[in-house]
Design a binder for this molecule. Sequence first.
Ligand code: ZN
Length: 245
Amino acid sequence: MGRPEVVIFTGAGISTDSGIPDYRGPRGRWTLDPDYEKLVTIGYYLADPEIRRRSWQMRREIHALDPQPNGAHRAVAALDRSGAAAVRVITQNTDGLHQRAGLPAARVTELHGTSQAVVCTACGERTPAAAAYARVDAGEADPPCADCGGILKTATVMFGESLDAAVLGAAAAAARGCDVFFAVGSSLQVYPAAGLVDVAAGHGARLVIVNAEPTPYDAVADQVVREPIGQALPRLLAGLPAGWQ
Ligand code: ZN
């Protein structure tokens, strides 16, 4: 057998050590601010300049924190660099931290888009998010598209928007073809996470779950790891070439 094909599916839990809060946990964004959902819902966002103003402020504050990749992100990049496995990351996160840790962008499928770019809702022009945040810092509460004046939004998939069909197809193909499927820092309770686990397990992949809380797939997993992701994932991935079978 050749080198294993490894899919590493990641959710918010891999980035909490980098200081990015999750949504539903005890210190999650929704728990602390019930109004938060409106800031990330496309209907409210397009309809209400005040929601856009608050949304830009919220994103700018997270951007200003300049979150850095942690040991788990670095371990994934190191596995890819080692050549011991064919690595594909499928992530629910929009923070770009896998790429910042050194994983080539071509290896990363971002189900929910990226916060590292903004897109014009009128003309589709895509530009770096940092430039938009600089405009917010300079006093533009709701910076419009520099080309057409349309409403700009983050290049993430907001509530009320559909996931990109091509992105979903790529994720499903990776799940179908992998030998090992790691599910890391995700509750695996929402679409499409649960569906991808089904696809991988249905095609005979070894399923390894690394998550602090129980998931609906623990009973069918080959291995369930509860310890902190920053400790567990580097160890699990380092052991892959010898121990994955
Ligand atoms: Zn435009």
